[in-house]
Design a protein around this ligand. Sequence first.
Ligand SMILES: Nc1ncnc2c1ncn2[C@@H]1O[C@H](COP(=O)(O)OP(=O)(O)OP(=O)(O)O)[C@@H](O)[C@H]1O
Ligand SMILES: [Mg+2]
Length: 165
Amino acid sequence: MGVQAIYPGTFDPPTNGHLDLVTRGARLFEHLTIAILSNPVKNPLFTVDERVEMLQEATHQLENVSVETFDGLMVDFARQKNASAVLRGIRAISDYEYEFQMALMNRRLAPEIETVFLQPAGRYSFVSSRMVKEVFSFGGDVSGLVPANVIKRLKRQVKRSGSSA
Ligand SMILES: Nc1ncnc2c1ncn2[C@@H]1O[C@H](COP(=O)(O)OP(=O)(O)OP(=O)(O)O)[C@@H](O)[C@H]1O
Ligand SMILES: [Mg+2]
């Protein structure tokens, strides 16, 4: 039997960097559950339901990928899903220190679960949700960095808030 994995994050919003990782993970694992942290410390632009929808729309062609939300400890959610791997992305050395600390803390909490790091295609190595929101809010072009459905939602979001995001 293949490995069950989860890919945790805030995905506010999902980017093509996230999707690049999901595609790679879907090839590696029997099943990959994208796990949206529903109670993040950061104040999100999109609701959890909107993020679920955006990720479902963008991954509907991947049969072994599903989207769920979770709260609390990531390792508890991983255990609940019978996952023995946690997928995380490393864009640059700057991601490494935080990811390394988190992986070791999670290993202490759940020694049976391994964190697996993947690198995105080089063209996505600078893409983060925060940068996408920032650039978009000042009228910059983010096409090619996020899926088309996310661009639509970003535009709607700006209208909804009556000003820039
Ligand atoms: N462009 C990318 N390429 C590879 N991995 C990525 C990319 N963007 C995010 N990730 C990884 O996806 C996981 C979830 O990240 P998260 O939801 O925090 O996205 P983020 O873009 O870092 O968001 P924020 O800018 O709000 O921190 C992390 O392991 C992160 O390193
Ligand atoms: Mg981040």
